[in-house]
Design a binder for this molecule. Structure first.
Ligand SMILES: Cc1cc2nc3c(=O)[nH]c(=O)nc-3n(C[C@H](O)[C@H](O)[C@H](O)COP(=O)(O)OP(=O)(O)OC[C@H]3O[C@@H](n4cnc5c(N)ncnc54)[C@H](O)[C@@H]3O)c2cc1C
Length: 538
């Protein structure tokens, strides 16, 4: 039969694509923040993520995890089944160091390199980033207890071992976290799960958790009320004799997105757990994990933006309308350039914070900077992601609303980082708290902002405003506008101190506030060629 028409004016396939080679800003950030010694490791992962992992991600996402509470004979098994491609993605990610590089090679620059891996992984398969980041982040907490050394070593082993057996028989482990309960997630002091001390030094937990992601992890850091108050525990999934610990998977959450990742509701019924840290110091103990997962939220949202932008740019470079390629249409150039600047700013700040986390054990000022910049960046970058992805989606027209384009998946994923692990308001209140109670954080912030001064008039004007703000922080009701201003100034400082060619446009377009709140509103004098050339791809 004769064809009814010729298919034309459609872009070629986006992938396979080397996400490292395409991303000049990432390559520069890795070197600048001290991770240059790991560039081979990150480069390899960039090629893998944009090729094999991206290809595997579609089935891992589409075929959602299934809960099996019982086997066919009626025994409780409390198991989640995943598509085989989920396991392949996890296997490649763990072998690649996304969860364990910082602990496998504990040397300067390792946190920066792992941050780059996390950013790359999120672009390929964000659902698996949840167990990967929790596994990475649990280590500093586990390391406080010498008796839990085996757990630390098995994260550092960088081996994925999905067998549901006790930790002693495993080559590698993954970890989750359980803080949120029905009556409160932000206010974890409201936790009602009880922890009763036993004669052998262990504890027995009774209660529930309302959001409990990656329930097939080998262990979980959970908060529960011990006699001395809210306390942190390690709760293993399997007990040393091989029996399932006393926890029951009640159901899986039916989520907006994040489909490849299982998030559950769980009940603890005489679950055995090891205490970590003192009784009553639960929040202070688990906060080390929380800070690292918040950094990964920033990196993840920056990765999400980068992937959405790369898809948009690819499409516009190949699609023609009204006689020229979309990338040549003046208004589309403005939209793409504005997106490119936002994505690079998100990456620059996330990597600056990763650099500070890396340096923190050796440098108190960097530790103070990481403490406050994590809250600022987590609020702002995660909050900017959903609108950004929608704008990138629109660049593809109708194709951006269709699953095969990847954009719908990115769009559903985009709000998550802003909600979990401390929602927007909680981050803003945390910034006010840090400024009030830990004055070294404000000083570290100002020192970094000052170091970028004197190079750009728009930046310097913004710096004066921010300086006044830091001198007299607002009340809670106005925390968001203050933290937004701090975030934009921090991003500008990160770009200026990096010597990014986009720093000047960022400062001029954002330092006085983000204008009408849509993309594509850059001033006429902006050099779109320069911005889009830097964006990479082809
Ligand atoms: C997909 C997914 C996976 C998750 N996985 C996990 C997990 O593995 N482990 C885990 O422990 N949790 C997990 N969570 C839970 C998540 O961390 C919480 O939902 C989040 O911390 C908010 O808690 P909440 O839902 O109880 O909301 P609430 O605490 O009721 O907050 C509701 C809103 O009120 C705001 N708010 C709260 N207090 C104040 C205040 N004082 N002033 C102003 N505003 C305020 C918050 O910012 C938020 O916007 C997950 C959530 C999702 C969506």
């Amino acid at each position: 039969m004769d064809a009814t028409h010729v298919v034309e004016n459609q872009p070629p396939e986006f992938a396979p694509r080397d996400l490292w080679r395409d991303d000049a800003a990432l390559r520069e950030a890795l070197a600048r923040e001290g991770g240059g010694a790991f560039s081979d490791v990150v480069a390899r992962y960039g090629a893998l993520a944009g090729g094999e992992l991206l290809a595997l991600s579609f089935d891992a996402h589409r075929d959602r995890p299934r809960l099996r509470t019982h086997d066919r004979h009626g025994h409780r098994i409390d198991t989640v089944e995943f598509h085989p491609h989920y396991h392949q993605v996890m296997d490649a990610a763990i072998a690649g160091g996304v969860a364990g590089l910082s602990w496998a090679r504990p040397e300067p620059g390792a946190h920066v390199a792992r941050a780059a891996l996390s950013y790359l992984h999120y672009q390929a398969e964000p659902g698996t980033s949840c167990p990967l980041t929790m596994t990475h982040a649990a280590v500093p907490v586990l390391a406080r207890e010498p008796s839990l050394r085996e757990w630390v070593a098995k994260v550092a082993a960088c081996r994925y071992d999905p067998r549901d057996v006790p930790v002693a028989g495993k080559h590698g482990v993954t970890l989750g976290m359980g803080m949120t309960e029905k009556q409160g997630g932000s206010d974890v002091r409201a936790n009602t799960t009880t922890a009763t001390p036993q004669a052998d030094g262990g504890y027995v937990l009774r209660g529930h958790k309302w959001f409990f992601s990656a329930p097939m992890s080998d262990g979980f850091l959970v908060l529960a009320q011990a006699p001395g108050g809210l306390t942190c525990f390690l709760l293993p999934r399997r007990l040393p004799d091989g029996t399932l610990n006393g926890f029951r998977l009640m159901r899986l959450k039916d989520k907006l997105g994040d489909w490849s990742n299982a998030s559950s509701e769980i009940e603890f019924d005489a679950a055995r757990a090891h205490r970590i840290g003192e009784e009553g110091r639960g929040v202070a103990t688990i906060i080390q994990m929380v800070m690292l997962t918040r950094l990964d939220c920033m990196l993840g949202s920056a990765g999400l933006m980068r992937m959405a932008f790369a898809q948009a740019l690819h499409h516009c470079r190949h699609r023609r309308a009204f006689g020229r390629r979309l990338v040549e249409q003046p208004l589309m150039r403005n939209v793409l350039a504005d997106l490119a600047i936002e994505a690079e700013a998100a990456l620059a700040l996330s990597m600056r914070v990763a650099g500070a986390v890396d340096a923190a054990p050796r440098d108190a000022a960097q530790a103070a900077f990481a403490r406050i910049a994590t809250a600022i960046g987590k609020f702002w970058i995660c909050k900017r992601a959903p609108g950004f992805v929608n704008e990138a989606q629109e660049c593809l027209g109708g194709a951006g609303y269709v699953e095969e384009s990847l954009l719908p998946r990115l769009y559903r994923q985009a709000p998550l980082n802003s909600i979990w692990e401390g929602s927007g308001n909680i981050q803003c209140l945390d910034v006010l708290r840090a400024l009030a109670r830990e004055p070294e954080t404000g000083a570290a912030l100002l020192s970094f902002l000052d170091s970028a001064g004197g190079r750009d008039d728009a930046y310097d004007a913004g710096l004066e405003r921010v300086r006044r703000l830091l001198a007299t922080p607002p009340g809670e009701a106005h925390a968001r506008s203050a933290v937004a201003a701090l975030a934009v100034q921090l991003q500008a400082a990160a770009l200026l101190s990096a010597g990014s060619p986009l720093a000047d446009v960022f400062c001029r377009s954002r330092s006085g506030g983000i204008g009408p709140g849509v993309y594509g509103v850059l001033a006429p004098e902006v050099d779109f060629d320069l911005v889009l050339e830097r964006a990479g791809g082809g």
